[in-house]
Design a protein around this ligand. Structure first.
Ligand code: ADP
Ligand code: MG
Length: 263
């Protein structure tokens, strides 16, 4: 892991790392993997300005499991997309380890995503004409030090379905394939935007169990967006967004397993 600290990906990053020399506004905890300072994302359309995210300060520790709660429109996806390098802030600083993402160009962000970030969305985005194993292989074929397809499928308990097509799977199974695809490259970050939003209760729990297991067994730093406050019990820290700001942060006394949650 430490050898990755020098470059955003194993392939070299060309040119100077702009801004990497400048000290961030506050010294982060030593093992913070992500840190944001006064992070803002403002959308402008004509005369209207939407402050989707406003002056957010955030440190995410390595291996941490964070649940992001908040009403629809509170800025959860905006924050997750910034953390994952899918979007760039309007102002403020964002760091991944000692790399400044807020100054990074598109190519650098692409390398960052490819090397370090696994995404899981509400809808699974699997390729329908490819089998389960082939969908995961799309990632393992291009990653630097991936697990094997079968290792990834075993982690989500889908080995028996490896040669099936997405249309032959339930929603929960398809989401587990999407998780296998996200983690097969051994990302440092797993970012999940409403991963259980389209699933029924029991299936949602199963998917949460898989996410918790990856966090614990692989040590993957994990951020999960949800509408469902009961899911907070799984987290090391729970952050509530209100109108683009972190309104409060709670640290549950004990991390619960998904089996212990009910809603
Ligand atoms: P959440 O994920 O919490 O539902 P979002 O982060 O998607 O919220 O959105 C936060 C705010 O930013 C909302 O008011 C939303 O309408 C606005 N917003 C999001 N994306 C865009 C965009 N591309 N253009 C304009 N406004 C946007
Ligand atoms: Mg959203």
């Amino acid at each position: 892991m430490d050898d990755e600290a020098d470059d955003l990906a194993d392939s070299p990053v060309e040119g100077p790392r702009t801004g990497a020399e400048a000290a961030p506004a506050n010294d982060p905890p030593a093992q913070a993997v992500l840190r944001a300072r006064r992070l803002c994302r403002v959308y402008r359309t004509g005369d209207t300005e939407v402050r989707a995210l406003w002056e957010v300060d955030l440190d995410v520790a390595r291996g941490e499991f964070i649940v992001l709660l908040g009403a629809s429109g509170s800025g959860k996806s905006t924050l997750l997309n910034l953390l994952g390098g899918l979007d760039r802030p309007s102002s403020g600083e964002l760091w991944f380890e000692d790399h400044c993402l807020s100054n990074a160009d598109e190519d650098t962000l692409t390398r960052y995503r490819r090397a370090h970030v696994g995404f899981v969305f509400q809808f699974y985005n699997l390729i329908p004409s490819l089998t389960v194993a082939e969908n995961v292989a799309l990632v393992t074929d291009i990653a630097d030090q991936p697990m094997t397809v079968d290792e990834a499928l075993a982690l989500v308990a889908l080995m028996p379905r490896r040669d099936h097509f997405p249309s032959q799977l339930s929603g929960g199974e398809q989401q587990r394939v999407a998780i296998a695809r996200a983690i097969a490259k051994r990302p440092q970050l797993l970012l999940c935007d409403e991963p259980t939003g389209a699933l029924d209760y029991a299936t949602g729990k199963r998917v949460l169990e898989v996410i918790a297991r990856i966090n614990q067994e692989l040590g993957t730093t994990t951020v999960v967006i949800t509408h469902n406050a009961a899911i907070s019990g799984m987290a090391d820290r729970v952050m509530r967004l209100v109108d683009g700001r972190i309104d409060r942060i709670d640290r549950p006394p004990r991390r619960l397993s998904p089996a212990e949650l009910s809603w």
